[in-house]
Each structure stands twice: as C-alpha cells, then as structure tokens.
Design a protein around this ligand. Structure first.
Ligand code: NAD
Length: 371
C-alpha cells in the first residue's frame, strides 16, 4: 500500500452503435493483445482525486471498459483529463449540472470516487439520471444510507456496484477456491490487520462530516470484508475496543485504532485491527483444520504476496483496477456473476458491521449481527 499511503500523506477501433443502446462494439485492444469484439462499458468518473487518477490510468489497459466522461468541480482538472484521455466536451460535467447526464446516450455508468459521505447523494442522483453506478468503498457512512442507495438504484432500474477490487485479485481468489473446495478443511480462525499512519490532519479522511468516521471506514473495512470472503461465512456477533492516543488529530467520531472480533455460525472466530496510527499492517491470516493461508500484503495495490501450507502462491500480479473494471463491464453489460459479489447488498453488509462495531465500542457489549 506504499504508493497509496504516500498519496494520502501528501495530501478501436471504430465504435458501432447497434440495436442495444448501452452497447458499443470495439474491435481490438492492443494492450493485452487479445482480440475483443464484445460490448464496451462507457464510464464517467466523478471525483478526479488520487484514486480517480489511478482508476483512469488503469482503465487505459481495459478491453471491456473505456473512460469517456468526467464529473468534477475543478475546471482545470477537467481540461487536463480531456487532453490526457481524449474526453469530449459533451461528456464533461460539474457537481451542479451532472443530472443532465440523463440525456447523454454515450455514458453507461458513473464511477463515484469522492469522499465517503458524499457517495450517498451522488449515487442517488446518478441513479435518478438513469445511469448505472459504481461507488467507491465505503458505499456510504452507515447502513441506513446504504439501504437508501440500494432502493434508489432498484427503483431506477440501474445496477449498483462497489469498488471492491480485491474480489478480482488472483491470489485472493485462489485461497477462496481452496477454501471452497475443502482443501483447507474446516475454517477455524481469521486474522485481519489493516492500517497505516495517516499524515495531514487537515485532510477529509480525518473530518467526520466527509469521512463518516476514521480508519474503520477507510482501511478497517478491508479487514471486515476480508474476514467475510476468507472465512466464507457472515459473522453473527461482534465485539470491539477502541484506543485513541491523539485526540487532537482524531477528534470525536474519527476512530484511530479499533480492534474487533467476529464469531461465525460454524464456530470460526476472527480477530482484526483497524488503525490510522501504525505502519506495516496489511496482512490476512486464515487458519483451518487441514492448513493455512496467508496474504501479506493482502489488500494494497500489489503485488499481493501469499502462501499456504502447500507453498507460495504464484498467480500473476494484475493491475487491480484494470481487472476490476473489465469484470464490472461483464457484470453490467452481460450479467456476469463475480465469484465474490460486488453489489450494493454486499457493501450493505459491511456497513451493517461497521454500525455494529461502533455500537460495540460505545456500549462495551457484544453486538449480534443479522446480515
Ligand atoms: P482524494 O481526496 O484524493 O480525492 C477526492 C476527490 O473528490 C477530489 O478530486 C476532490 O476534489 C473531490 N471532491 C468533491 N467534493 C469534495 C468535497 N466536498 N470535499 C473534498 N473533496 C471533494 O481522495 P481519494 O483517495 O481519491 O478517495 C476517494 C474515494 O475513493 C474514497 O471514498 C476512498 O475511500 C476511495 N478509495 C478507494 C480505494 C480503493 O483501493 N478501492 C483507494 C483509495 C481511495
């Protein structure tokens, strides 16, 4: 996660429209040297910040997804992106006028990559404009808002996906395969450690209004989501404890370090750590009756490294966002089913767990979960 951490701290072919309105055909993609003749997802990115830039760059190697539009409050960024990515003026919007995307037949989906607390209203506005939506994680800042987003997308008949890039990562998927096929035996224990030392105290990630919380919303969510896809069950209870060493930097409602524990229906348990105040924490460990699996780093941009009781995992490194966007194109345009879901319902489960973790911290009690 180094490059991400650094960022945070600094603070073809001819497209032929056919009968299906959302589809265009592309002929060949030179980047991966594979002939591709299928539908292409035309994407507008909202929020041209550090992660938006990373996604845009990665999308240049996609074969099924293409960056065609932008939504930003900063005209100079729009100009830069227009020249860098050849984006036509008619596909450029700002936060005031983007509802007009409704009348733009050349955009299929909007990828919302803005501060967490803004996702809800922005996603709902995109849905009302009749476009599919991808929201960055966390989908919103609590389960109530998440449910409203799901409802709005259902009502509008558009798909809602969330940027869970690890759900397409090859070493992660290999462990999930081993677990599903019984190679690890009964799952007993998961440990997820996710954190980094956050810099600039003035950034939105440390502002409750924009972030909705602190480390848990941003990085702890990887341990929550990871516990679910590594164990392969939904937790039924959670306990949690918070520690805060710097009340000036981590104000009320902005968590610095939270340790939390899950219980699963099979009897498996998990022990996780979410922090904005320690480095070198990007590790998953899964213990099972017949073996173990370890990922370290586990959720950074990669290369992810992993091993199991059978030896090193050697699946090739892929650019997460490139694969994610190609796979999401398949989900949106062709109804493909991912191995681990990336839809609003999946994200809502994480939000319900975050709500429960905050409640467990506040009450000091074990909180039951019904996901
Ligand atoms: P960033 O600060 O670099 O970018 C945020 C963008 O939103 C900026 O361009 C900013 O101008 C814009 N913005 C619009 N309205 C704003 C407002 N009212 N206040 C502040 N900024 C506003 O942040 P980022 O790192 O790009 O994160 C954006 C989202 O992406 C977050 O939800 C974050 O959790 C998510 N993210 C996901 C990953 C991942 O690996 N999936 C990685 C990084 C960030």
């Amino acid at each position: 996660m180094n490059s991400r951490r650094d960022f945070l701290q600094k603070i073809t072919a001819s497209a032929i429209a056919i009968q299906l309105p959302n589809f265009v055909l592309a002929s060949c993609n030179e980047t991966n040297n594979q002939h591709y003749d299928g539908p292409v997802l035309r994407v507008a990115i909202m929020g041209l910040g550090s992660y938006g830039n990373r996604v845009a760059e990665a999308m240049q190697s996609c074969k099924k997804a293409k960056l065609v539009g932008v939504i930003s409050g900063t005209p100079s960024k729009i100009k830069d992106w227009q020249s860098k990515y050849n984006i036509p003026e008619k596909n450029c919007y700002n936060y005031e006028n983007f509802d007009a995307i409704k009348n733009n037949p050349d955009i299929d989906v909007v990828y919302v990559i803005t501060p967490n607390a803004l996702h809800k209203d922005q996603v709902i506005r995109v849905a009302k404009a009749g476009k599919h939506v991808i929201s960055e994680k966390p989908m919103s800042i609590n389960a109530k808002d998440g449910q409203e987003m799901i409802n709005a997308c259902k009502k509008a008949g558009v798909k809602l996906l969330v940027g869970y890039r690890m759900h397409f990562e090859p070493k992660t998927l290999e462990i999930i395969r081993m677990r599903k096929e019984g190679e690890l035996g009964k799952i007993l224990f998961f440990q997820g450690q996710c954190g980094f030392t956050i810099g600039d105290p003035a950034q939105w990630r440390l502002n409750k209004q924009l972030a909705g919380g602190g480390a848990m919303m941003d990085i702890g969510i990887y341990a929550i989501n990871g516990a679910r896809y590594m164990v392969g069950e939904e937790p039924i209870w959670v306990t949690a404890q918070e520690t805060k060493t710097n009340r000036e930097k981590f104000k009320d409602g902005v968590d610095e370090t939270i340790q939390f524990q899950f219980g699963f229906p099979s009897g498996a348990v998990a022990s996780c750590l979410s922090t904005y105040n320690m480095n070198n924490l990007d590790r998953f460990f899964l213990d099972a009756e017949k073996g173990f699996a370890e990922l370290q780093p586990s959720t950074g941009y990669g290369p992810i490294k992993g091993r199991t009781n059978k030896g090193e995992l050697n699946q090739l490194h892929v650019t997460h966002q490139t694969v994610q966007m190609d796979e999401m194109a398949g989900i949106i345009l062709e109804g493909k089913q991912p191995i681990v879901p990336v839809d609003g319902e999946e994200a809502l489960k994480d939000l319900k767990i975050i709500d429960a973790i905050f409640l467990a911290v506040k009450t000091g009690s074990k909180v039951d979960l019904k996901l």
